[in-house]
Write a protein that binds this ligand. Structure first.
Ligand SMILES: NC(=O)c1ccc[n+]([C@@H]2O[C@H](COP(=O)([O-])OP(=O)(O)OC[C@H]3O[C@@H](n4cnc5c(N)ncnc54)[C@H](OP(=O)(O)O)[C@@H]3O)[C@@H](O)[C@H]2O)c1
Length: 336
């Protein structure tokens, strides 16, 4: 008798050219998923999406995006595409763009997926809960939303719409709310911190003993694949992290170690930093360095037995290896 092989889960990953999507597609292929990668523009997929994935271009996301081709023969959708890391000078235009891409396009995708896919995993953001978790009480994911900007408002609106579709039995939804994600390809503020540490810039962070959760992109990909397949994940709204929060001063030391550099930390009191942030109109930026933003991912672990496959040290080491490929002339041998 011929052996019957279990068919591979057919996965649609949106935002497949992004930091998260790239890693997710690679890990899903390695784990045996049959992967369709939705991208804005097919040319952007070249060199970013492995040949083993089926690439479908869906254009600029909005409520009228046509998802038909992308959803052809798909069991589960992981929706990573999103407008992120964008600073808008025109607040009203920014609000509208976040709403169109992160909220309305997500609802359109979920509606198109009904009756085709059995589950949609939505990559939301920890920012839906706010900018600061209470001291000594990490967020578990049960807290009410408290969005502070247009990005977070668009994610909250998408979450609410998706959870309504789940409650109505139209499609299984899982919401995942990552904190800051890092790994090869990281951009924005985290990249600036790496550059500062690599260049040996003295940082006034030596007296910062806060608690911030971070998430290595390999751990996020693993959590998303668990949420895509685990029966107990359906209907969940999960926070997730590398395992334990870290202070900004310790993070600088850890990054320096990963880069083979000596950390240069000045013990400036956080009250002085906050005052300087207020004077320079950079309060939010200072808060991101000195404030608490910690999660407790036990809900995901309890529901699915998920455990982060990588330690923070491993995630930082991989990020450092990528970082040096961008600056090959300044390898650790040049350490001052
Ligand atoms: N990185 C983090 O720290 C973090 C933390 C929490 C949550 N998240 C969420 O995780 C998801 C992935 O983030 P990421 O860091 O991978 O972001 P990213 O590197 O900026 O990638 C975003 C992806 O979405 C696509 N995209 C963005 N705007 C689009 C539009 N208008 N039309 C079509 N495609 C569009 C991008 O396509 P192009 O390549 O063509 O631009 C890219 O594939 C996002 O939903 C983000 O909100 C990220």
């Amino acid at each position: 008798m011929r052996e019957r092989r279990r068919a591979a889960t057919r996965l649609l990953v949106t935002g497949a050219t992004g930091l998260v999507g790239r890693r997710l597609v690679a890990d899903a292929l390695a784990a045996g998923f049959d992967v369709t990668a939705a991208v804005r523009d097919a040319a952007r997929a070249v060199g970013r999406v492995p040949d083993a994935a089926r690439v479908v271009a869906v254009g600029d996301l909005g409520p009228a995006t046509d998802w038909t081709a992308a959803l052809d023969r798909v069991d589960v959708v992981i929706h990573c595409a999103g407008r992120a890391h964008v600073v808008d000078t025109d607040a009203a235009a920014g609000e509208a763009a976040f709403r169109r891409v992160n909220h309305l396009a997500t609802v359109a995708l979920a509606q198109a997926a009904q009756g085709r896919a059995r589950r949609l995993v939505f990559v939301s953001s920890l920012k839906v809960l706010g900018e600061a978790s209470p001291a000594e009480r990490p967020w578990t994911g049960d807290e009410p939303p408290e969005p502070h900007d247009a990005y977070a408002r668009s994610k909250v609106a998408a979450e609410i719409a998706l959870e309504t579709l789940h409650a109505e039995g139209r499609i299984d939804v899982v919401v995942v709310r990552p904190p800051l994600v890092y790994g090869p390809g990281v951009e924005a503020n985290f990249l600036r911190l790496w550059s500062a540490v690599a260049r040996g810039v003295p940082l006034p962070l030596g007296a910062v003993h806060n608690r911030r959760s971070l998430l290595y992109v390999g751990n996020l990909a693993s959590a998303l694949l668990t949420c895509a397949t685990h029966p107990q994940a359906a209907g969940g709204r999960f926070v997730v992290d590398d395992g334990a929060p870290v202070s900004t001063s310790q993070l600088v030391r850890d990054i320096a170690q990963a880069l083979g550099r000596r950390p240069r930390l000045l013990p400036v009191p956080t009250a002085v930093m906050r005052a300087a942030g207020w004077i320079l109109d950079r309060e939010a930026a200072v808060h991101r360095l000195v404030g608490d933003l910690a999660v407790d991912a036990s809900a995901l672990r309890t529901a699915t037995a998920w455990a982060a496959p990588f330690t923070r040290a491993q995630g930082l080491a991989e990020t450092a290896a990528w970082w040096w490929t961008r600056a090959p002339g300044r390898r650790p041998a040049d350490n001052p």
